[in-house]
Ligand binder design. Structure first.
Ligand code: COA
Length: 187
């Protein structure tokens, strides 16, 4: 499934040259405001290796975004199995995003996400793609709404991987998009 192009982006697997950017987005206070941890370079490298291996294995995942105009890597958007079973089904697929601060506010996360939704529904045949964020992460839930995803408060949950010592980051709001509601042209 990778690489693919959108109007302004190449969506592709990770490369060694992306490692400084990947470390930047995983250690920047603004980008990581709703996460309980920051990654040093070794921790960021380890995560990037895991994301890259998952893409090699599955053909999809949290993939690098590259600006077509400059070749610059700006962060990631992708779909992956959420790995939250229980309480959710083992095959539940989430969509997610994380961009370097200087690349917010340009529509890049949404542009890549629309292409991923298209592939998730049409090529992978998924019935539903979900997204979740810390309650209060309004920039992320704004992306979900722009994509036509709908809040599903009945599935809001306390994230099991957030340490109990961070109750402020524990509660997550849940959004979902069903295949029949996906309209790329209207998103
Ligand atoms: C969440 C995140 C990816 C959103 O990035 P974003 O750039 O705001 O998202 P979008 O791609 O939807 O861009 C929409 C914005 O671009 C603007 N925009 C500019 N040009 C645009 C274009 N050509 N097309 C669409 N939108 C455009 C929109 O007006 C909107 O700006 P606004 O927020 O001022 O209203 C980013 O804030 C981020 O990386 N946050 C930290 C990591 C994080 O929390 N991830 C989610 C964890 S659940």
């Amino acid at each position: 499934m990778l690489p693919f192009a959108t109007d302004r982006l190449i969506v592709r697997n990770w490369r060694d040259a992306d490692r400084p950017l990947f470390h930047e987005i995983n250690s920047d206070e603004a980008v990581m405001a709703f996460f309980p941890f920051r990654r040093d370079r070794a921790g960021a490298d380890e995560l990037m290796d895991r994301l890259a291996a998952a893409i090699d294995r599955d053909g999809y995942g949290f993939a690098a975004l590259e600006l077509r105009a400059t070749g610059e890597c700006i962060g990631f958007t992708g779909i992956q199995k959420a790995g939250l079973s229980p309480p959710f089904a083992p095959d539940m697929v989430e969509i997610g995003w994380r961009l370097a601060r200087r690349h917010w506010g340009k529509g890049y996360a949404c542009e890549a996400a629309r292409a991923w939704l298209d592939r998730g529904f049409d090529r992978l045949g998924l019935d539903e793609i979900v997204a979740f964020a810390v309650a209060g992460n309004d920039r992320s839930t704004a992306v979900m709404r722009r994509l036509g995803m709908r809040p599903d408060p009945a599935r809001d949950f306390d994230h099991p991987r957030i340490p109990d010592g961070r109750p402020d980051l524990k509660r997550h709001v849940f959004y979902a998009l069903a295949r029949e509601d996906f309209r790329p042209s209207a998103a």
